[in-house]
Design a protein around this ligand. Structure first.
Ligand code: AMP
Ligand code: MN
Ligand code: MN
Ligand code: MN
Length: 278
């Protein structure tokens, strides 16, 4: 049987719209046979996803998408095949939840100064027990007609340097990769083209990432076109990294990104799933 992989997606444990169960069912419906749940800075959805996956007959790969800092910039590192019970990883996620709540309070204060009130209550309600992310603020701004699109919320308020931006110091790249690796997982650089790095910065980043134990890079993500896949594949080849594919699915309302609807990994790239034990 041919496998269909989707190794990057989000549930209500972070900024996804679907519960882990709904997400797994949707993945199955769209033909995914191996799904990695990779919520932002949390493993809280994995137990539920695992139960739903067993019932549905698809393979669930425990994952996470950790925010990291390197050279004062934020990079997302996907951990695949992690042990969600690994104590240092658990502790890290507990600290990240506190940090994200404090950050949310500061973002809300900044919005308040711009005459926008009620943000904190709204994002806390929307996130429930899950991680509060800037996506929750974007949804709130949209629902209150302060902006007319998610992107506009980032462009005007939430993006780096904008009115309600709160600079965050995430854990350093080496620490983040260590949490993943020591819990038995594989560290993958998420959506490499999203950081807008020059070729020389990309070289420095990937060299540093490999030095600390990074093994993979996302070559295909939900919305990459052929040229972007080619560019990412070139980085995989040049830096001898395995290639991953993942939709980065958040919400069924986004018609451009769907679970499992991904271009194949280019044939010359070593698939990351060859590194994942069964
Ligand atoms: P955070 O981790 O709280 O900083 O939130 C980051 C999340 O916000 C990302 O995972 C995306 O889901 C979303 N996001 C970040 N930048 C944008 C953007 N420019 N447009 C839409 N969504 C974005
Ligand atoms: Mn997100
Ligand atoms: Mn990301
Ligand atoms: Mn993501």
């Amino acid at each position: 049987m041919t496998e269909t992989y989707d190794l990057h997606c989000h549930s209500t444990a972070s900024d996804g719209a679907l519960s882990p169960t709904e997400l797994v069912r949707r993945a199955h419906q769209f033909g995914v046979t191996s799904l990695a749940l990779t919520d932002h800075d949390t493993v809280a959805g994995i137990t539920e996803a695992q139960t739903a996956a067993s019932a549905t007959g698809i393979k669930l790969i425990p994952g996470i998408e950790l925010s990291s800092s390197w050279q004062n910039k934020c990079f997302h590192i996907v951990g695949l095949g992690i042990d969600p019970e690994y104590p240092p990883l658990r502790e890290a996620t507990r600290n990240l939840q506190i940090m994200r709540t404090e950050r949310a309070e500061k973002i809300a204060e900044k919005l308040e100064k711009k005459g926008i009130s009620g943000a904190l209550e709204a994002v806390k309600k929307a996130a429930g027990d899950g991680m509060i992310t800037r996506s929750h603020f974007a949804d709130f701004l949209l629902s209150q007609f302060h902006v007319s699109a998610q992107q506009e919320a980032f462009d005007r308020y939430l993006g780096a340097g904008k009115a309600a931006f709160v600079p965050t110091t995430w854990s350093e790249l080496d620490r983040v990769v260590n949490w993943i690796t020591e819990s038995g997982g594989i560290a993958v650089l998420a959506h490499p083209l999203r950081y807008n790095l020059t070729a020389s910065w990309m070289k420095r980043l990937l060299t540093a990432f490999k030095e600390v134990g990074g093994l993979g890079i996302e070559v295909v993500t939900g919305h990459y076109n052929a040229d972007e896949i080619r560019r990412s594949a070139n980085y995989a080849t040049k830096f001898e990294l395995a290639g991953s594919i993942g939709s980065d699915f958040h919400n069924p309302a986004n018609q451009w990104v769907e679970l499992g609807k991904l271009a194949p990994l280019p044939a010359n790239i070593k698939p990351i799933w060859e590194l994942l034990g069964n």
